[in-house]
Design a protein around this ligand. Structure first.
Ligand SMILES: NC(=O)c1ccc[n+]([C@@H]2O[C@H](COP(=O)([O-])OP(=O)(O)OC[C@H]3O[C@@H](n4cnc5c(N)ncnc54)[C@H](OP(=O)(O)O)[C@@H]3O)[C@@H](O)[C@H]2O)c1
Length: 311
């Protein structure tokens, strides 16, 4: 896979990132045997993926712990992004709350380094805006831990352009992690052009719209009964369903799984540095890696745009 520079940082990453939310298990997904998660991450690395995204809240520490164990042998060859600012009072969905204060981040960074079994986090993101903490306090704390050598770069996740601009008054923002897919183009209006102009690396999350933009049927997705998938299905519209059918028609020109076609489109989209693919299955990691070799024709790119709308 061709390596890309992440924004204007010294990080060089693959256009496909392994998303480690799914392997974290409860309360968002079904628990997965640790052995299988480690085998999956190892396979992702062996297939050429060098970027791994996780967060403390994924499985309440489980995702970070397993990722740390899995990459131990090849830590110096991979880039890790993890996050701060989402805490939990007990191990239930209802107990999750936002806290991006100095006190919280100073605690969280050491907890993440310990769980990931690594001295330095390559990229550290504020998971969600925290309206109860002045953004200056959050960014100044990130500057401090960067100067202490605990992180290399930091960025923001789920922030609007206005919020990024405000944060940038206090330090150097290197990354934006946001939802982006053929069914969710919102960041094209403002955040993507802003990141291009300011050389901020963009990690597109939910590029497969949590499984909707794959060969899985809606019934199969519903049967999985996983909360994170049901949230997306509950917000699906009939118009989105029609778009998926049209996109599947175009994907047939490439003789590949629909997910590979969708991923190929995502990583070719202007401003997108990498697509984070979440999966629990080796076959789906292979389909993600295969996407890096697929080039959509100009006609098909236009045909996709005619279906999905946007810019
Ligand atoms: N910053 C944030 O707030 C935020 C929010 C959400 C996600 N993320 C990050 O982004 C990553 C990915 O996002 P996501 O999990 O929301 O969505 P996604 O990658 O769009 O979709 C994940 C779902 O698609 C399925 N899938 C993957 N490849 C497939 C294939 N080739 N064929 C059929 N199904 C396939 C997976 O099921 P299988 O297990 O069956 O493959 C999984 O349920 C996460 O792991 C996480 O690292 C960040």
């Amino acid at each position: 896979m061709k390596i890309r520079q992440f924004g204007d940082t010294g990080l060089f990453i693959t256009p496909i990132t392994f998303g480690a939310w799914e392997i974290g298990g409860q309360p968002f997904y079904k628990d997965m045997p640790e052995y299988d998660s480690i085998a999956l991450i190892t396979e992702a690395f062996e297939l050429g993926i060098n970027f791994f995204d996780t967060a403390p809240v994924y499985g309440f520490g489980q995702s970070e712990r397993v990722l740390g164990k899995a990459i131990k042998r090849f830590r110096d060859k991979v880039v890790i992004s993890t996050k701060c600012g989402l805490r939990w009072k007990d191990n239930s969905l209802a107990a999750i709350y936002k806290d991006a204060s100095k006190k919280s981040i100073l605690q969280e960074i050491d907890d993440s380094r310990k769980r990931l079994d690594t001295d330095v986090i390559d990229l550290y993101l504020v998971h969600w805006p925290d309206v109860n903490t002045p953004i200056g306090q959050t960014i100044e704390t990130l500057e401090t831990i960067r100067d202490q050598g605990k992180i290399k770069y930091y960025g923001l996740s789920n922030f609007s352009t206005q919020q990024i601009d405000q944060a940038a008054l206090y330090g150097s923002i290197s990354a934006l992690q946001s939802p982006y897919s053929m069914l969710n183009l919102k960041i094209e209006n403002s955040e993507l052009p802003y990141c291009i102009d300011n050389r901020i690396g963009v990690q597109a999350y939910s590029p497969l719209h949590r499984g909707v933009l794959t060969d899985k049927t809606i019934d199969q997705l519903r049967d999985s009964a996983e909360p994170a998938i049901n949230w997306i299905l509950d917000s699906m519209t009939e118009q989105q369903g029609r778009k998926v059918l049209g996109l599947k028609e175009i994907s047939r020109h490439y003789g590949c799984p629909f997910a590979s076609f969708v991923t190929a489109w995502t990583i070719a989209s202007p401003g997108i540095t990498t697509a984070i693919i979440g999966t629990t299955k080796p076959q789906h990691i292979r389909e993600a890696v295969a996407a890096a070799s697929i080039v959509l024709s100009a006609d098909d790119t236009l045909a996709v745009r005619n279906i999905i709308g946007g810019s």
